[in-house]
Design a protein. Structure first.
Lengths: 296, 137
């Protein structure tokens, strides 16, 4: 049975389990508080949708009416990726056929890391529940939610239920960083563009599903622009001299949805159950990579 | 009886805008998206869970032998948005599934369409926004 957040489980006979990530639970609690206390900050035009997980399509006329009065500085809400809007000629993070073109401008070190990662990715192995970092979460074709708080913006990525904080209280990067998967992010407004700078990544994740590496010194810049009521554009620039000869960019788009995100945490127990139920006897990797069940 | 084999959960070309093996928890093989198969039979198990849901279905093959097929879907969150829920199917339900079968010939498939006993049809969900459809008018 899938873990579901408490507010959702009332509508389902699924069994809620303790969140396997205590920090994620804390973030969820903080979010709940934020959603109560920060409504004025959020200025969200999105109607509450606590009763329906589905697309809950609104009449076109309602959308049109809302479209005329969006706040370009309000990024809150649920955003679903629109990969088809990416400009042609850029590195396509969903070109997953094994031979993506174009490739980022790798250094020799970066190319070697990519080739090594590529083998891992091609194997399709899911051997851990490590957070996806920021870029890979953005480029996973699943929605995320943006929640405004007084001193930060919170992002909740549906896939694997990863959380990210973007500090907006004017702070700088910490002098004693603790690198981790999600890095450390600070954001500020330049006109109607929200500029996010991130670093302090631990280098253990990929930028994309293709396995493009992340160096310990990577500096990621995002320039968020709400183009209209329903469209969000983010220009990503990755500056990582260890792995790439020069900074390179991806432009990506999202569409605003009247959705409530569902729960999709990565849990070792469910991955194990998947392995056991479906029986990775085709030699496919699982948590016990390479070990086929007895009786194969 | 549960299927003893599994292939990768590639997202179906022509169904989802994003076609890839990698939004999967196992890699290595592809489903045959060019030769879809229609399966009619009785549900033996409907398993609603992350990372992906599964439907097991007893289907009679051409020789009359009953074969238990294991059908993979996308994640519960994606299915919900396509109109599915954990109570949608129960053992014994007679349903029709359109699937992309395993290229290995094993009784495994990736869902493309579900037709319920009352005739209602559901897709297997979408990953990301789909390009706007051009008007045929």
């Amino acid at each position: 049975m899938a873990y579901r957040s408490p507010q959702l489980s009332a509508k389902s006979n699924t069994t809620a389990r303790p969140n396997p990530r205590p920090w994620a639970a804390r973030m969820a609690a903080a979010t709940a508080l934020c959603m109560l206390s920060c409504a004025a900050v959020a200025q969200s035009t999105q109607p509450a949708n606590t009763a329906n997980h589905s697309a809950a399509a609104k009449p076109a006329s309602a959308d049109a009416a809302q479209n005329s009065k969006f706040d370009p500085r309000d990024l809150s809400g649920v955003w679903n990726p629109a990969p088809y809007m990416q400009p042609k000629g850029e590195v396509n993070p969903l070109d997953l056929g094994g031979n993506p073109k174009p490739l980022p401008p790798f250094t020799p070190t970066g190319r070697a890391a990519y080739e090594a990662n590529k083998k891992f990715v091609a194997a399709g192995a899911v051997t851990s529940c490590d957070p996806y970092g920021t870029a890979r979460n953005f480029f996973t074709p699943r929605p995320f939610e943006v929640i405004n708080a007084k001193d930060r913006i919170l992002m909740h990525f549906e896939y694997y239920s990863d959380w990210r904080e973007i500090w907006t209280d004017g702070r700088n990067f910490p002098e004693d960083p603790e690198p981790d998967f999600m890095g450390y992010s600070i954001g500020k407004w330049e006109g109607n563009t929200f500029v996010v700078e991130s670093k302090d990544y631990n280098g253990k994740q990929f930028l994309t599903w293709q396995g493009f590496p992340i160096g310990l010194d990577m500096h990621q810049t995002e320039r968020w622009q709400r183009m209209d009521h329903d469209t969000l554009k983010i220009l990503f620039t990755f500056d990582d001299p260890q792995n790439y000869l020069k900074p390179w960019s991806i432009t990506y788009f999202w569409k605003r949805k009247n959705w409530q995100l569902d729960a999709h945490p990565c849990t070792i127990s469910e991955l194990k159950e998947w392995d056991q139920r479906m029986g990775h006897v085709d030699g496919l990797p699982g948590l016990d990579y390479g070990k086929a069940p007895a009786g194969k | 009886m549960k299927s003893k084999r599994v292939v990768s959960s590639g997202v179906l070309a022509g169904i989802f805008a994003i076609s890839t093996l990698l939004f999967a928890h196992h890699g290595g093989s592809e489903y045959d998206t060019k030769n879809l198969k229609t399966l009619k039979g009785a549900v033996t198990e409907y398993y609603w869970a992350n990372p992906h849901c599964q439907i097991f279905l007893d289907v009679k093959d051409d020789s009359g032998k009953t074969v238990n097929w294991g059908i993979e879907t996308l994640a519960p969150a994606v299915l919900r948005r396509a109109g599915w829920n954990p109570q949608l199917l129960k053992p014994g339900d007679l349903v029709t599934l359109v699937v992309a079968p395993s290229k290995k010939g094993t009784p495994i498939g990736m869902i493309r369409k579900l037709i319920l006993p009352d005739g209602k049809e559901l897709t297997g969900g979408e990953l990301g926004e789909q390009p706007p459809q051009k008007s045929s008018n």
